[in-house]
Design a protein around this ligand. Structure first.
Ligand SMILES: Cc1cc2nc3c(=O)[nH]c(=O)nc-3n(C[C@H](O)[C@H](O)[C@H](O)COP(=O)(O)O)c2cc1C
Length: 262
């Protein structure tokens, strides 16, 4: 993380679920925290672009399942790398328990859940902060909670090692969603990212025949710099990050990006 006190704050990781008109959905957040103990209340901040945001705003209820160190990337991918506007995130997903407020708690890769009823919604511009009364809670396992740093170091897949072309002059294509790198002159039109399952259209050419050391240093063959979202790990490549840039994965602004020198 960059040398900035803001990045020294620690965050948990949660699957936040909602139910509205019999539809279940949920997203990954790192923004649940207790705000008062009497009454027992938590806060949750969600980007307005997320479907989960709209569902919580209209239903007034959510459940935060606390992600543990036993979680795999599949869980993060399912709830954090696609929107319920495009996919049914619970299709084929059996690791759930319907809780009293009508939402689904996630029971695998989590160690507990907290259900809550919204008592205040504070408009923060891009996000809404929900203040909510804690209701039903339960433990689901003994594994330690995963914090955001643990996710980046142990759960988020590392991009495939680059420079494997050993100077053969082949081109590298990088998945702009998860950072996976494909080595080859042409990327097949029907290529699907083996990590995040995004299509060939989400890959960008990051240079051909570049020195492997240049890639390892986080700089492309064209001398561009990588900027990493400190919230979700998304990487943007370019000499400068536009001031109005918004992370396509988690929706935070340019201030949440750090210049990476790997
Ligand atoms: C590690 C990680 C942390 C995230 N943290 C947040 C967050 O704190 N707040 C938020 O609104 N979105 C966060 N997101 C992004 C949402 O999970 C993501 O945009 C999701 O696809 C929204 O789904 P929905 O439209 O179905 O609600 C995070 C994503 C990841 C991968």
């Amino acid at each position: 993380m960059a040398d900035n006190p803001i990045y020294k704050l620690t965050y948990g990781l949660f699957v936040v679920t909602a139910n509205e008109n019999s539809k279940d959905n949920g997203c990954i957040t790192n923004t649940v925290g207790q705000v008062t103990s009497e009454p027992n209340r938590v806060s949750l901040t969600v980007n307005k672009a997320n479907l989960t945001h709209d569902m919580i705003l209209s239903s007034g209820k959510f459940t935060a399942s606390i992600i543990s160190r036993e979680a795999d990337f599949e869980l993060i991918k399912r709830f954090g790398f696609q929107s319920g506007r495009d996919a049914d995130k619970f299709a084929g997903f059996a690791d759930v328990k319907r809780v009293e407020n009508g939402t689904l708690a996630v029971t695998k890769g989590t160690n507990s859940f907290i259900s809550a009823s919204v008592c205040q919604a504070i408009d923060l511009g891009t996000h809404t902060m929900f203040i909510a009364d804690v209701g039903e809670m339960a433990m689901l396992g003994a594994a330690r909670s995963a914090d955001y740093a643990y996710y980046l170091e142990n759960i988020k897949p590392k991009p495939k090692a680059v420079g494997t072309d050993e100077g053969t002059g082949q081109t590298i294509w990088r998945c702009t969603i998860c950072g996976y790198e494909y080595v080859g002159e042409e990327l097949p039109d029907d290529f699907i990212c083996p990590l995040c399952k995004h299509p060939a259209s989400d890959f960008e050419k990051v240079g051909g025949g570049k020195a492997p050391e240049a890639v390892a240093a986080g700089v492309t063959g064209e001398g561009k710099v990588i900027w990493r979202c400190t919230i979700c790990g998304y990487e943007y490549e370019g000499d400068t990050l536009p001031d109005d840039y918004v992370c396509p994965i988690c929706g935070v602004d340019a201030l949440s990006f750090e210049k990476v020198s790997k």
